[in-house]
Design a protein around this ligand. Structure first.
Ligand code: ARG
Length: 572
């Protein structure tokens, strides 16, 4: 934040005057009753200046005179800064007049976002939730921070699962249409697909012949052989349509709907690069790349780039996708969002890139996330113990929110209740996810997520709805701000922390940082609201000031909603 930098620079100058040089980092004070910001710079200087931190802190503070803030040393040597109320008001006004509420952009760079990762012919399940939710928010956050982003869903559409599904289809449907052009086109639905793959996958575990057939079909498909390739295109179309409806509900969207298959044309290039660097070895008929290092303390298996049956594997399309992305987008960074079980895969891939000199100046980043668990601490499942489909998970939370609305006795018509429950449910789901550090597992706690009180999505929406209602009732007012109470001061500090944490969350790739700050802001507003009369305040200056303040809170919370891609209802 600009004003903070200005104060830091003044402290830096004072340090130079006492004969040292040192960068100063001011942080929010952990003793808000005495100061707003503090720094431990004198502890760092103690070694070079050979004086006690407290003596140094006093010397530095003695050199600074400002009408904007008070600066003083506190034992054992912290430098504390307390802003004058008038200066706070000045800072506030700048935030208020800026549509970004003072959130500065970062230096531009280009980032490819790889998230979502649905698989063709398999329905989205609970495991796909976090990639979509965290990915969408990190993408929006980066965009908001001025970075140039492009998002790619990276469909899983080219592996053995496709061969398995096609083999099963050819058994259950008459596929002449695809091979000879005779007969009717078989009608395959998204529902059919849901059953076909699990059936085929189960069968391949015991039926060797079927497995072999599926492997052969996979190779034929990868060679774009007629019939197989056409069936595959049809499956892909049905699947994508199905997946898109679910992403729409979650407000998740992608610039590119590329799949593993789109990297096909770049596979020869991958082998050319690997061969040029002599990286390929043959092992049991498969082509592998050794990526282990002497310094490894845990096993690092080789990367298989061609199976003994001649098929290209997950790692092969991964590398080919990197080649294609480098050509198409020239990114500075590529961010991959998958669950932490794929950490080894990405570690291996990034090592291959390094060995092969692929994307030498590109920062490859795997952002792993934990599992969505049930109360038993194991991955969230259906009652019967099978994998929970994502659409069912959404349904559960939306229904729970609907029940809450009915219970609350709010007068809502039948037409109002469904769309409202959907908005609240999606907010509940996303907030419940994003409040956690991505790499951490969390428990999918339905009553907690849907509660209108406490650290929840519905609470956040409710705060905005309440602010909107106050502002509407207030009609017009003069936007002018003066600090009157401790509660107002707390709101401003929370606002400043939010501003800082939007940036921190981007740098740390951790949405939970700004989500927590937004929650703190909403609760600071709530404390202010409960302790202060706003609309009925007779002192016009005070009233205007309070309204100005909550309007700024609204702006901040709207940025929060944009970043989470959640919709604010008109009332709730
Ligand atoms: N389809 C994969 C899966 O379900 C996720 C893809 C993630 N992205 C990637 N570039 N590998 O496991």
């Amino acid at each position: 934040m600009k004003f903070l930098e200005e104060i830091e620079n003044e402290i830096k100058k004072a340090i130079e005057e006492i004969g040292a040089t040192q960068d100063v980092g001011l942080v929010f004070s952990d003793r808000p009753e005495i100061s707003d910001f503090q720094t431990n710079v004198s502890f760092i200087l103690a070694k070079t200046l050979k004086k006690s931190p407290l003596v140094i802190a006093n010397e530095i503070c003695g050199k600074i005179k400002s009408h904007k803030f008070n600066i003083f040393a506190v034992a054992p040597g912290f430098i504390n800064v307390k802003l004058e109320d008038a200066y706070f008001s000045e800072i506030f006004e700048k935030m208020f007049n800026d549509e970004r509420i003072g959130i500065e952009k970062l230096n531009p760079k280009k980032i490819v976002f790889d998230y979502g990762g649905p698989n063709v012919a398999k329905p989205l399940h609970v495991g796909h939730l976090r990639s979509a939710v965290i990915g969408e928010t990190l993408k929006r956050l980066s965009k908001f921070m001025g970075l140039d982003v492009v998002s790619d869903v990276h469909l899983g559409d080219f592996g053995l699962q496709m061969g398995l599904t096609i083999a099963q289809i050819m058994e259950e449907f008459n596929c002449d249409y695809y091979f000879t052009g005779n007969g009717e086109k078989p009608i395959i639905t998204a529902n059919d697909l849901e059953n076909l793959y699990p059936k085929a996958s189960l069968r391949s575990k015991t039926d060797e012949q079927f497995k072999k057939l599926a492997q052969e079909i996979t190779v034929k498909l990868q060679n774009k052989q007629k019939g197989y390739y056409d069936i595959w295109q049809e499956i892909r179309r049905i699947s994508v349509e199905d997946v898109k409806t679910i992403y729409d509900i979650l407000n998740v969207s992608f610039d590119k709907w590329y799949g593993e298959s789109d990297s096909e044309d770049f596979i020869p290039k991958v082998f050319e690069i690997l061969n040029n660097k002599n990286l390929i070895e043959i092992s049991d008929g498969a082509e592998i790349v050794n990526v282990a290092k002497e310094s490894d303390t845990s096993p690092m298996p080789p990367v298989i780039v061609k199976s003994s049956a001649g098929a290209n594997l997950y790692a092969t399309t991964e590398l080919a996708t990197i080649v294609s992305r480098l050509e198409e987008f020239s990114p500075n960074e590529i961010w991959y969002l998958t669950d932490n079980r794929q950490s080894m895969h990405f570690n291996q891939i990034f090592r291959v890139c390094k060995l092969a000199g692929l994307g030498d100046d590109v920062n490859f980043l795997h952002i792993p996330f934990g599992t969505v668990n049930g109360e038993d601490g194991k991955p969230f499942k259906t009652r019967s113990g099978s994998v929970m489909k994502l659409i069912d998970l959404i349904d559960i939370i939306v229904k729970a929110c609907e029940e809450k609305l009915v219970e609350s006795g709010k007068v809502l018509s039948q037409e109002e209740i469904k769309p409202l429950a959907l908005k609240i449910g999606i907010a509940a789901l996303k907030f419940g996810d994003l409040i956690n550090y991505p790499a951490k597992d969390y428990v999918f706690d339905i009553p907690k997520f849907c509660s209108f009180e406490g650290k929840t999505g519905p609470y956040m929406l409710y705060s905005i709805v309440r602010i909107n209602s106050i502002l509407e009732k207030a009609k017009g007012f003069d936007a002018k701000f003066v600090i009157n109470s401790k509660e107002e001061k707390d709101v401003i500090i929370s606002l400043l922390k939010f501003v800082q944490d939007v940036k921190n969350a981007t740098i740390e790739h951790a949405p939970n940082i700004f989500v927590q700050s937004a929650y703190n802001l909403a609760s600071a507003f709530s404390t202010l609201y409960n302790s202060t009369k706003i609309l009925t305040e007779e002192d016009v200056i005070k009233r205007n000031s309070l309204l100005t303040m909550i309007k700024l809170v609204k702006k901040a919370l709207e940025i929060f909603c944009y970043l989470l891609a959640i919709d604010v209802p008109e009332k709730m």
